[in-house]
Design a protein around this ligand. Structure first.
Ligand code: DGT
Ligand code: CA
Ligand code: CA
Length: 575
């Protein structure tokens, strides 16, 4: 079945689900379900008929109203009816629907009979024994629900970019406190993990109590979990937990090292210290009772004979050994990037013109910017067909003639079809500077088929770069099942590249795979996947992840000056 039919069918199913929860007229619910079924059963692409209402309404179960919705979804990628329903239903009813064993009928019962519309209410009702009394619910289902709810709670981590918004605001607030010296974010945030469990903030001051007092009165604080003279823990309105520690200036370095972690790294460093008859803790470096130092972080490493180790590497994954041998990588930095190889514009689902994106990239000091729209298969994003892409190629050629200080590269984020073919003809792809291949459909193929699909796409003579290699969306979509080491090794043999997609929801080329790619000698492109100008700011998250993956500037494709980049792009083309 063509993808568009499936997308629209999914919208109709969700509408039917939400209507059923609401207790709407059963005929109306059935109409949406029937329409979804018709779309799924249709052998051809619904777009072929979408031009006229009359052709659409000839399909079984599609009346004028549904036909108009099909046109709306194809044209805009949205459905106002669905969005309205989502807004109307209170609390977290759509989330309840996603729990195992809960279909619309059961959610309707929970909502109408027990007035449950949040996950927390459900949890409480199960514990109170109220849920099992509903018809169609039993103890086994309750058990399954409890397990699912527990899983959700423990997996509640904040994406780094989200945490950053709260962290910077809170940091600025703390800096205004009287008698406050330095305010530093430590923990996983400083190590640039893709998600953080909580924020750890270190403040230097003489009067801890005053800092704690200022901290707990932050107007974003919703709950104070604990407070003392030098520490406090609060929960912000957004649900993020924050641990505050106040230390004296002379303890700052030791405390910073301790609270930066990771735990495994700390333990390894402390063991090293012990072997040398030293003790390292959050207050300093000691031999016996004598304090040897701890004001600066570097002193902690120096005490055990090591150079300072960047926080991103502190996971006890070989960094201590590398430091001892003088083999720490010179990690890539934001300023090393000379361009971006994956952005969208208004032509598909972006918000800006090509010229505006080029200007923003130039203002960031970039030498080049690749325009890589979606291809036709991705209709929700209004993907380009050959005709529109060829027109864009001409447009870019013309822009390049008048643009100064930046070179636009002609690219495409082409869909990798289910069988590994690319979604546009070779004669069109041949005219591009780079071809970024991406999987946007059929996420549930078996591991073997998904891997073969991608390997086959990489073998295409014009294939340059594999976008977001596992499709993982943090907290929203699991990675699809692929053999990534095999794909990375294949990229080396084939001579193409992989993308570290810097979008804060993606970052799906995990740090460990960056490291693997580096060891294999496969270059990584750190791309923003920008759909608008502020999205270029995503790049810092890509850099953070790359640093966690031990990447140096030379391991990154888009640190190359334009001539060297063009040579590398050309080298990926098979003659
Ligand atoms: P998170 O919050 O789950 O994203 O990860 P972290 O690493 O920020 O962990 P967190 O907030 O529990 O603790 C912050 C740092 O404090 C951690 O990275 C290392 C240090 N730390 C905390 N508890 C211990 C401990 O029991 N032993 C050691 N060695 N270090 C600890
Ligand atoms: Ca933390
Ligand atoms: Ca913490």
């Amino acid at each position: 079945m063509p993808i568009h039919n499936e997308d629209i069918a999914a919208v109709f199913d969700e509408i039917a689900d939400l209507l059923e929860i609401e207790g709407a007229n059963p005929f109306r619910i059935r109409a949406y379900r029937n329409a979804a079924r018709t779309l799924r059963a249709l052998g051809s692409d619904i777009r072929e008929r979408a031009g006229s209402l009359e052709t659409l309404t000839r399909l079984p179960g599609i009346g004028t109203a549904l036909a108009e919705k099909i046109q709306e979804i194809l044209a805009t990628g949205h459905c106002r009816t669905l969005e309205k329903l989502r807004r109307q239903l209170p609390g977290e009813l759509p989330e309840l629907l996603r729990l195992p064993g809960l279909g619309p009928r059961r959610v309707h019962a929970l909502y109408h009979d027990l007035d449950i519309h949040t996950l927390e209410q459900l949890h409480r009702a199960i514990l109170d024994g109220r849920v099992r009394q509903l018809p169609g619910f039993g103890e086994r289902l309750e058990q399954r629900l409890l397990e699912a709810l527990a899983r959700q709670e423990t997996s509640h981590r904040f994406r780094l970019a989200t945490a950053a918004r709260y962290a910077t605001a809170l940091q600025a607030y703390l800096e205004q406190g009287t008698g406050v010296g330095r305010v530093t974010l430590a923990g996983s945030y400083r190590r640039r993990r893709e998600t953080v469990g909580d924020l750890d903030i270190l403040v230097t001051a003489r009067n801890g109590r005053a800092v704690v007092d200022h901290f707990v009165h932050y107007d974003e604080t919703s709950e104070i979990l604990s407070r003392g003279d030098t520490r406090a823990t609060v929960i912000l309105h957004c649900g993020l937990q924050v641990d505050l520690r106040v230390v004296r200036k002379q303890n700052y370095g030791a405390a910073l090292h301790y609270f930066t972690g990771s735990r495994a790294h700390n333990i390894a460093i402390r063991a090293l210290a012990q072997k040398q008859g030293l003790k390292i803790n959050e207050y300093g470096i000691f031999r016996g009772r004598r304090r040897l130092g701890g004001e600066e972080e570097g002193e902690v490493f120096a005490a055990v004979g090591l150079p300072w180790i960047p926080p991103e590497l502190r996971e006890n994954r070989g960094e201590i050994e590398a430091a001892r041998q003088g083999l720490l990588p010179q990690l890539v930095e934001p300023g090393d990037l000379r361009g971006d190889l994956h952005v969208h514009t208004r032509a598909t689902d972006g918000h800006e013109t090509i010229a505006a994106m080029a200007e923003a990239a130039r203002a960031r000091g970039f030498e080049y910017l690749a325009i890589t729209e979606h291809s036709r298969h991705l209709t929700v994003a209004h993907g380009l067909d050959s005709r529109r892409l060829l027109a864009q190629i001409d447009e870019i050629d013309q822009l390049n003639e008048r643009l100064e200080g930046i070179r636009l590269l002609k690219g495409i984020e082409v869909d990798i079809l289910e069988d590994g073919r690319l979604d546009l003809p070779d004669r069109v792809l041949a005219r591009l500077d780079l071809v970024v291949g991406a999987v946007h459909s059929r996420f549930h193929l078996s591991r073997t088929r998904q891997t073969e699909r991608i390997l086959r796409a990489m073998d295409h003579p014009f294939f340059t770069l594999l976008a977001h290699p596992t499709g993982r969306l943090i907290g929203e979509r699991e990675p699809y099942d692929v053999d990534l080491p095999r794909i990375i090794r294949h990229a080396r043999q084939r001579g193409c590249y992989l993308e570290l997609n810097a979008h804060p929801e993606r970052l799906d080329l995990l740090d460990t795979y960056c490291q693997f790619a580096r060891d294999e000698g496969v270059l990584i492109a750190i791309d923003s996947d920008a759909h608008g100008i502020p999205d270029f700011d995503h790049l810092v998250y890509g850099i953070g992840q790359a640093r966690r993956g031990w990447l140096e500037a030379d391991d990154v494709l888009n640190t190359r000056p334009l001539p060297a980049l063009l040579r590398l792009l050309a080298a990926s083309r098979l003659k």
